[in-house]
Design a protein around this ligand. Structure first.
Ligand code: SAH
Length: 390
């Protein structure tokens, strides 16, 4: 079936942007075939074939393009593209030290609406578009074949369900899920991942490079891990020789796993796990730290949230800086696409001025290779970090 665009709205497609918004669509024909996830051909107003993709009749994001130009991709392209994405990770020298990687990063791998993460022998999948939701079985087969993993598990995505007007589900896609959290390894760091109830698909794979950095910076330092989740950064600090670790998160199950991960890594009196609102904690805490990680959840989920998010980021950074020893290293992260690097830098600058603590930027950080962003889809960039010296 065909999706015909309004005059002039082919421009983004010609630049290979994979999204077609509902406002760009003049006509869908035949209308009766406009089922969620339908395979569509996209035409300019003048009738030129621009590309092919999946229809999301209920979503503002009306079509996700997977091929550009007039040639329709051959049958089996989806499985092939999944195999290519998996092979990229298998062949990637920068991912050699770990058995936990993002295998498919949606638009970054030419597969809008599909995310798949590997944790040891388990693949956790998120289907986030009507097109992908409608192809659950072939996706599961392709992932199973490409990875040889023992089990596949689907996690629902509430935002996608709302946007796409389609039910999402949670459950086994193939094989049998281990009953306990799945052990993974990253260099010298070990974790266990709760693929069923954990946040995202279970673990913040996107912070792997930053964990490497923390491990290398930690020796002899007193570390504060704000928004610690299951202790990704705390474990890195402990493995790197931190003198003490204080990890703060509001989630009890997350901290319970953090406690397991850190057991035996530090003397008991050098480890503090605090279940508290991190914004409140940094205001009240009187400790001094030489290495501070601030990694809050996405505070700006859309453009309208940015001002409020900026205030929250500034507030937590300001108070974190008051706890920083002279020469301390601070890693500050934003995982909101709408909080771009330039704005985030200004927010941190504001905190630095108010705290009267000049900062030097030692490095700017972003997403690791398995979360690569396609240049034609800048929206795929969401993670910004700064390594700062107080
Ligand atoms: N640094 C973690 C990921 C952090 S994700 C890692 O690398 O694994 C954000 C975390 O913030 C989540 O674990 C969530 O439970 C926690 N969180 C959300 N709001 C919070 C709040 N107000 N105070 C403390 N923790 C909060």
């Amino acid at each position: 079936m065909d999706v015909i665009l309004h005059a002039g709205r082919e421009r983004s497609v010609l630049r290979r942007h994979p999204w077609i918004l509902s406002g760009a669509v003049a006509n869908v024909a035949p209308a009766a075939a406009a089922q969620p996830g339908a395979w569509v051909r996209v035409l300019s107003h003048g009738g030129e074939v621009l590309g092919f993709g999946y229809l999301s009749p209920a979503s503002q994001l009306r079509v996700r393009l997977v091929a550009f130009g007039k040639d329709e991709p051959a049958e089996g392209w989806l499985a092939e593209r999944i195999a290519v994405a998996v092979a990229r990770r298998n062949d990637e020298p920068l991912l050699r030290d770990t058995d936990a990687v993002r295998l498919v990063n949606a638009e970054g791998d030419g597969l809008p609406g599909l995310v798949a993460d590997r944790y040891g022998d388990v693949v956790v999948v998120k289907l986030m578009s009507a097109g992908m939701l409608a192809r659950r079985e072939s996706i599961a087969n392709a992932l199973c074949e490409a990875t040889g993993a023992a089990a596949g598990y689907e996690r629902p995505d509430a935002a996608a369900a709302r946007r796409e007007g389609m039910p999402t589900r949670q459950g086994v896609l193939w094989g049998e899920l281990p009953s306990a959290p799945v052990p993974i390894r990253e260099g010298r760091r070990c974790y266990r991942v709760d693929c069923v109830d954990g946040q995202k698909t279970g673990f913040y794979l996107d912070q792997r490079d930053a964990r490497d950095l923390v491990e290398r910076l930690a020796d002899g330092r007193r570390m504060l891990d704000l928004f610690a989740y299951t202790g990704g950064f705390s474990v890195a600090a402990a493995v790197g020789g931190a003198r003490s670790v204080t990890a703060v998160d509001s989630s009890q199950p997350a901290l319970a796993l953090a406690a397991e991960h850190l057991e035996g890594r530090l003397p008991a009196d050098a480890l503090r796990l605090v279940r508290q609102d991190a914004f409140g904690f940094v205001r009240e805490d009187e400790g001094e730290y030489d290495l501070i990680v601030v990694d809050p959840p996405p505070l700006a989920r859309n453009r309208g949230d940015v001002r409020r998010a900026a205030r929250a980021y500034k507030d937590v950074t300001l108070h974190a800086l008051r706890r920083a020893s002279p020469g301390a290293r601070l890693l500050a992260f934003s995982c909101s696409h709408h909080m771009g690097a330039e704005l985030f830098r200004k927010v941190i600058f504001g905190a630095s001025v108010d705290a009267a603590r000049p900062l030097r930027v030692l490095a700017q950080l972003g997403q690791p290779v398995d979360h690569a962003v396609a240049l034609d889809h800048p929206e795929g960039a969401y993670l910004t970090g700064f390594l700062l010296e107080a």
